[in-house]
Write a protein that binds this ligand. Structure first.
Ligand SMILES: O=P(O)(O)OC[C@H]1O[C@H](O[C@H]2O[C@H](CO)[C@@H](O)[C@H](O)[C@H]2O)[C@H](O)[C@@H](O)[C@@H]1O
Length: 249
């Protein structure tokens, strides 16, 4: 289960997770940095696949825009809750904002009592990061579950040293499927690469569509291929971009 052979650019649609896939996991969400080599590779691959390259992430769309600037891609944000298509139309379902505010209030209290916990407020979701206080993992999860319990429309989801309250119906698989119904993705073979548990929904959708699924890093997965590390995946992407430039496709 190594990395796949380079896919044919004119027949492939690429869907790429961000944290842990295009950038290394670091201490704080605001401390990640896309390397110039990765940025260049994304631009080159996107050009060769005629724009059929989207970022599918747990982050807000605006946050990803800032990290990849001056590039701009179709993006599914907040695990598929928000989506900006290839022509720039943004979709974001209605949500009970008061309920989300109540969830945030409960979590702010926990953060004020425990230095090092970090609250990340996103469109339609809130993430509680405990990377700086790993011993508080159980407390964070229990608090999130208690707060979300009975908050119709939300569910608790886990990530890397983070627990999140996010809209129940949003998932990355549904986001990939939605992109695949639209130009320039329509009619192509989907490829998804991701490193985290929320990426498994996308792997399932891509596998069902006969596509290429790539797990980045360790862990049980439904993906068909694996990159052992973020660096290995990024190196594959950079090599793929060079290959496309070389063949002039
Ligand atoms: O779907 P992704 O693009 O992989 O986003 C998943 C979450 O990534 C971010 O948190 C993770 O990365 C941080 C920076 O490396 C790290 O400090 C944190 O511990 C990780 O959980 C992001 O902050 C979340 O909003 C995303 O949901």
């Amino acid at each position: 289960m190594a990395l796949p052979p380079y896919p044919h650019a004119r027949r492939t649609a690429l869907f790429l997770d961000f944290d842990g896939t295009l950038v290394d996991i670091v201490a704080r969400p605001d401390a990640v940095a896309l390397t110039e080599a990765t940025r260049d590779a994304l631009a080159t691959v996107a050009r060769h696949v005629d724009g059929a390259l989207a970022i599918v992430t747990g982050r807000d769309i605006a946050t990803i825009d800032a990290f990849v600037a001056p590039l701009r891609f179709p993006i599914a944000g907040v695990h598929g809750f928000t989506r900006r298509d290839a022509v720039g139309r943004v979709q974001m379902p209605q949500l009970d904002g008061d309920l989300l505010d109540k969830l945030k209030d409960g979590l702010r209290l926990l953060c004020s009592e425990n230095e090092g916990l970090l609250l990340e407020e996103k469109a339609g979701s809130v993430a509680l990061h405990f990377r700086a206080r790993p011993e508080l993992e159980d407390v964070c999860i229990a608090t999130m579950e208690r707060i979300v319990d009975g908050a119709g429309g939300f569910r608790v989801s886990r990530g890397k040293m983070v627990v999140e309250a996010r809209p129940k119906d949003a998932n990355k698989g549904a986001a990939v499927t939605a992109f695949m119904r639209e130009a320039p993705f329509l009619g192509r073979v989907p490829l998804f690469a991701g490193d985290d548990v929320t990426d498994e929904d996308a792997f399932a959708a891509v596998n069902a569509a006969g596509g290429i699924s790539i797990k980045v890093g360790d862990g049980l997965t439904a993906a068909s291929y694996r990159a052992p590390t973020t660096a290995a995946f990024v190196a594959w992407l950079v090599d793929y971009a060079q290959h496309l430039e070389g063949e002039g496709s």
